[in-house]
Design a protein around this ligand. Structure first.
Ligand code: ADP
Ligand code: MG
Length: 317
C-alpha cells in the first residue's frame, strides 16, 4: 500500500499500548513476548470477510469490536486469560478515518480484557480482517471439547438466537438490541475462566448451538440430548418473533458467542452460585447420553428436526 501502509501502521502503533510481558511490540519484524512460566500458551485465529461474516456497510468500530470479540470468545471457551493479539488487515484503500474508527471498537474491547495488540500485517485487497489472539491457562487445566461424559448436564450462558434474529430483521431494525448482539457480541471470558473448576467440556457457540455442541459430542465420543424448549431467549428476541420462528434461530443461528459447556450433575449448585456472582444467565439445556450425535427434543420428548444445522462455509446447498 506504499506510503499509506506505513501511515496506517503508525496510527495503529500509536494507540496499541503495552504490557509488562511484551519485550518488543509493533515496529520490528516480529514481536517478542514473555509468556509466564508454568502456564500454557493458548492461540486462536479467526477471519471476518466483508459480506460473509458481517453485512456490507457495518460501521468500522463495530467491525473492530467483533473481530477481536470472536477471538476472545475462542479463548474464553478454553478457559484462558487473554493477553496479546495480532491484526492482519486487507483494505480496499488506505483510509485513516476507517482505521481510526476500527481501532475505537477494537481497542475498547481489548482494554476491557487487558489485551494488547503486538503486531500484524496491512495489505491492499477486498476488506478482510484476521485476528490472532493469545492467552494463558494453567498447564493441563484448559477446557476442551473432549471431556464430556454420559450423564453430564449441558449448559449455555446468556441467550441464543439474537444475532440470527438481527440478521432476519436487517432492513427493518438496523439499530435495536438484537443488532447490538450481532455487531458487538460479549465474549464470555470471565465465565470461561471460572468454569475451569466446574466444566467437563466447553465450546463457544459461533456456528449455531446444535452444530457446536455436535463438536463436543464427537470429540467426547458421546451423544447429546437437547431440550429445545429450554433454550434461553432474550426479551428482545421474544418480542420480535413467535416461538416457531425463534426456535431455529436459537438452535442453529450463528454468531451467538455464548459458551456451551457440560458438567456433572453434582455441579448444579456451584453453577448457580457462579451465575449469580458473574451476573450472567446460565441455563441447563440437556444432558449427554450414550451413543453419538446431537438429538434435539421437545418438552414432551418428541424429536425436533432443525431446518438447518449451523453455518458451513463450504456447504454447496
Ligand atoms: P514486514 O514488512 O517486515 O512484515 P510491516 O511493514 O508489515 O513489516 O510491519 C511493520 C510492523 O508493523 C510490524 O511490527 C508489524 O507487526 C506491524 N503491523 C503491520 N500491520 C499491522 C496491523 N494491521 N496491526 C498491528 N500491527 C501491524
Ligand atoms: Mg508485512
Amino acid at each position: 500500500m506504499g506510503a499509506g501502509e506505513f501511515d496506517l501502521i503508525a496510527r495503529i502503533r500509536a494507540r496499541a499500548g503495552t504490557r509488562d510481558d511484551i519485550v518488543l511490540g509493533i515496529g520490528d519484524d516480529a514481536a517478542l513476548l514473555a509468556p509466564p512460566p508454568g502456564r500454557h500458551l493458548v492461540v486462536t485465529a479467526d477471519t471476518l470477510n466483508d459480506g460473509v461474516h458481517f453485512p456490507h456497510g457495518t460501521p468500522p468500530a463495530d467491525l473492530g469490536w467483533k473481530a477481536l470479540a470472536v477471538n476472545l470468545s475462542d479463548l474464553a471457551s478454553m478457559g484462558a486469560e487473554p493477553a496479546w493479539c495480532t491484526l492482519s488487515l486487507s483494505l480496499p484503500r488506505s483510509d485513516a478515518v476507517w482505521i481510526d474508527g476500527f481501532l475505537d471498537g477494537f481497542l475498547a474491547l481489548a482494554r476491557e480484557h487487558g489485551v494488547v495488540l503486538v503486531g500484524g500485517d496491512t495489505t491492499r485487497g477486498p476488506l478482510s480482517i484476521s485476528v490472532t489472539a493469545m492467552g494463558f491457562v494453567d498447564a493441563g487445566r484448559a477446557l476442551r471439547r473432549d471431556g464430556a461424559r454420559v450423564g453430564d448436564d449441558i449448559w449455555v450462558t446468556g441467550t441464543l438466537g439474537d444475532a440470527a434474529g438481527a440478521l432476519a430483521l436487517l432492513e427493518r431494525d438496523p439499530v435495536g438490541v438484537l443488532r447490538l448482539r450481532l455487531d458487538r457480541p460479549t465474549p464470555r471470558v470471565e465465565a470461561g475462566r471460572a468454569l475451569i473448576d466446574v466444566a467437563s467440556a466447553c465450546v463457544d457457540v459461533s456456528d449455531g448451538l446444535l452444530a457446536d455442541l455436535g463438536h463436543v459430542a464427537t470429540r467426547s465420543g458421546v451423544g447429546a440430548q437437547v431440550e429445545i424448549d429450554a433454550l434461553p431467549a432474550s426479551d428482545a428476541l421474544c418480542a420480535a418473533f413467535d416461538a416457531a420462528t425463534r426456535m431455529p434461530m436459537q438452535a442453529s443461528g450463528g454468531d451467538d458467542y455464548e459458551l456451551c459447556f457440560t458438567a456433572p450433575a453434582d455441579a448444579r449448585a456451584r453453577i448457580a452460585v457462579l451465575a449469580s456472582s458473574l451476573d450472567l444467565r446460565i441455563t441447563r439445556i440437556g444432558r449427554m447420553v450414550p451413543g453419538e450425535g446431537v438429538h434435539p427434543v421437545r418438552a414432551d420428548g418428541e424429536p425436533w428436526t432443525p431446518p438447518r444445522r449451523g453455518y458451513d462455509h463450504f456447504a454447496t446447498s
